[in-house]
Design a protein. Structure first.
Lengths: 334, 334
């Protein structure tokens, strides 16, 4: 069996039509007829080999939704015809300390959906069903696809770092990740502050759940939040004044990175010690967190705001992401 | 009433005999006849005005043990004749969010025992009994005095950051704080690794409870701990290769600073994200943690290793601390 999709032959080029021979369907595998696939910034980083882990030809896409059309002999938690999703992670060893603890996303032997394997910018995919997730009926495929990477990436730290309804949460950056983080923190019951360098995003940030909007380029606005926040989630790639954000934390507060700032974070040690503060980071989420997040999103009507383009226009869609013009997530549709 | 002690007239000078008129004994206050006072590195920082918070004449000393000889009308949890201790903190507002939550050490209006007040290098002190702690009988005054600052400083993060018996803990620096951190982490049930640049401290580090000793200047020894530690406590003031220590952490591990490294900590964001790791800091401890720590130290026979000098030799004792020759804590005795 051959699968058709769009791949890039070498770093930084445009995607081209591509066809590959699918691996045989293993006992744990399912074959999914892809209906939707979100475009994540990580796809751009992979296309450009920014992280020096890319393998070409590279067929991106790891916010996949589709229907199961075939299943291996040992698959019994999903069934043919079911609507399912696939995210960044395609496998883990399932036997190391992290996997045993349910933290399979932290497994050292985990593999990515589109590194060394072909991803979701395609008509279908064969992949390990143990990293395939049922999509709750109440979520539309278009709005749910981005939950499989952007959504879980912002949800997992809220879970792991014990964000509670009584807390005051901040979200830095109102993009693909940030607009979901605003919705999740609001649904968690938090008082939510959005930080952005784009004042024109205020109304929309509030529509996503922010109680407050701060133009982070305005020191006097920043000062209004000094010492007030329990948890700040940074979703941006830019190098910001992190010590300034530390000053917005309450004692015991936590500044958590899900966006990888380009330069090392520099923090005066006293700004950690004085208020018993933390800085932290978080990558995607475990399978357990993924199921929890999808159910939570369905219950609270959390949806990615998306722009849809046909899969055939993948390069145009990627360009919108590169130009930072996606509001807020591009989703390709077959 | 006048109190005699030893104070410094301006930054970096030697201490001289000093006498001051004690404040009237307030309703919540006790007067303590000081028998022992430990010397903390913070005292040196205060003497030298390193933190630009010193007020002169400055009478240092905040690891105080003595007997209550007078008590104000409202003191009813301590009694005259009782052996008690005083640490870094002399007061808090007792009404802010942090105080209400039991985190009085994080109160913004907290005051220090020897900043704007006269401390423990003296014959006695009058201070708020609500920040005075009963010393369990099983602890000797000489060995317990350093618990009141060094001890609580290393104990509090173990409590707050949820160090558990199953964990593998590292302690950077085998000095006044570090030698107590080794004892506490060992008594917590952890597997304990000591990190030091002084290979001659190996035997003693092990006597304090370390299972393993790593010469941190030896990359091959450092490599043996890669990815193995849940919690690392840094007790040093030096600027070390913090990214190297991050690599010793397991997923979800935490590198916690109780020693204030001189330069800002620099951490690549990916080293936080990949393993969902944290860096953090911690200052002294709450009153609740202080009582818990003292009881725990008594139960587990945790004691500061001390060298005693008479209070009259305060300058000689301070010089030993400056020269990093105290093994491991100098205690002045009246």
């Amino acid at each position: 069996m051959h699968i058709k999709g769009y791949a890039v032959r070498q770093a930084k080029l445009s995607l081209e039509k591509f066809e590959y021979k699918a691996e045989e369907l293993g006992a744990w595998d399912v074959e999914i007829a892809i209906t939707h696939c979100g475009i994540c910034h990580s796809d751009i980083h992979l296309i450009d080999d920014d992280w020096h882990i890319s393998q070409y030809p590279l067929l991106p896409g790891h916010e996949i939704i589709g229907q199961i059309v075939a299943a291996g002999a040992r698959v019994n938690h999903l069934h043919i015809g079911q609507r399912v999703g696939v995210g960044w992670q395609r496998s883990a060893c399932l036997k190391c300390e992290q996997c045993l603890a349910g933290d399979d996303n932290l497994c050292e032997e985990s593999h990515a959906t589109c590194v060394g394997h072909y991803g979701g910018f395609a008509e279908s995919i064969r992949t390990d069903s143990r990293f395939v997730f049922a999509i709750p009926d109440r979520l539309s495929s278009e709005n749910a696809a981005p939950l499989l990477c952007a959504g879980i990436t912002v949800y997992s730290p809220l879970k792991h770092f014990h964000v509670r309804p009584s807390m005051k949460a901040g979200v830095i950056g109102i993009g693909g990740l940030g607009h979901l983080a605003l919705q999740f923190t609001r649904a968690f019951g938090c008082e939510v502050t959005a930080f952005s360098t784009s004042p024109d995003k205020e109304a929309e940030a509030k529509s996503f759940g922010a109680h407050h909007f701060i133009n982070s380029r305005d020191p006097s606005q920043m000062q209004t939040a000094a010492g007030k926040l329990d948890f700040i989630l940074s979703t941006v790639f830019a190098d910001l004044d992190w010590t300034g954000y530390m000053n917005l934390l309450k004692p015991r507060g936590n500044l958590c990175f899900v966006g990888a700032a380009a330069s090392p974070v520099q923090i005066p040690v006293f700004s950690l010690i004085t208020g018993q503060k933390s800085i932290s980071g978080s990558p995607i989420g475990s399978r357990s967190a993924m199921n929890e997040m999808l159910e939570f999103a369905a219950r609270h009507n959390i949806k990615a705001k998306t722009e849809v383009l046909p899969m055939t226009e993948v390069n145009r869609a990627i360009q919108k992401v590169r130009d930072n013009k996606a509001r807020y997530r591009m989703v390709l549709v077959n």
